[in-house]
Ligand binder design. Sequence first.
Ligand SMILES: O=P(O)(O)O[C@@H]1C[C@H](O)[C@@H](CO)O1
Ligand SMILES: Nc1nc2[nH]cnc2c(=O)[nH]1
Length: 328
Amino acid sequence: MPEEIIPGYFNGNVVNSKVAGNSSPIPPRTPSPTTSTSLDIYTYETIIEIANFLLQRTSIRPKIGIICGSGLGHLAENLTEADSFPYEEIPNFPVSTVAGHAGRMVFGYLNGIEVMCMQGRFHYYEGYALSTCSMPVRVMKFCGCTHLIATNAAGGLNSSYNVGDIMIVKDHINIMGFAGNSPLQGPNDHRFGPRFPPMNKAYDPELIEIAQNISKEMGMENDTHTGVYICLGGPSYETVAELKMWSILGVDAVGMSTVHEVITARHCDLKVFAFSLITNKCITEYETEEEANHEEVITTGSKRQNVLTNFVTRMVENINSLIINDSM
Ligand SMILES: O=P(O)(O)O[C@@H]1C[C@H](O)[C@@H](CO)O1
Ligand SMILES: Nc1nc2[nH]cnc2c(=O)[nH]1
């Protein structure tokens, strides 16, 4: 890693930050939603500092990073020999403000394989810039990860999807990006990745196939789909008219996360696998008493926790085998 001092931007302020090997303390700053703006830019040096902070405090050296969606934090509870870092204790890290997002970075072993796991993510609707929401993905990269597993809770828009089903994400629609709102907005630091990263293979086809096979092995093929995810800004759930529109445009599941994380991951060349737990069926008619609610989202996550843990563990085992084969 480079040793030079490089000027950069941080939360609108220019900073000089020495990189790897730096023994000086990291300037304390815990971004909160109220202090966060679209100018929040975590420099290369700051990301390295955060990664070093973590690596100096754990002996785990993960190749696989996992992001737990709403109500899916139990995935992190299955790690053994875990080293857990509450977000407020990680210098320069944002804090989680949403129910069902514990707010910890957990390093540990999942069935003997080293992983790091965000037990709680950051959302745009919390008031964070998209670049802040997805900043931990770069931290994962600098902690040594080559693969990202992003999970989320989503509303099932495809009428064949049921509550509790899994949707393997094969593609996304970056609707926030259509308005120019991107985690990569602002000056591009080419040390992270290129100015114009491609996204046509954002979701690794080999990992999709592996996941489909795992679902069959688990006897879940009837509860597993492969579809298109959209991230909406939230926090309000969708109107009937909005949902009808997304359905016409080919969306299968609607959520409020993941897309900016995946864009950031592909920008820094992480291989990505993502899936949605369908926590509720989208309401696409007016004549109903039902309403979308976050309690249902959390409850569905909790009911499906054993299945999801099994599914993710098998994915991690398969990805680990790919990593070992690639290194031979
Ligand atoms: O963090 P994810 O995307 O899993 O959480 C979804 C989107 C909102 O944060 C919340 C709405 O219930 O669930
Ligand atoms: N936007 C959105 N996000 C969700 N997350 C879980 N369920 C939903 C939903 O119905 N809509």
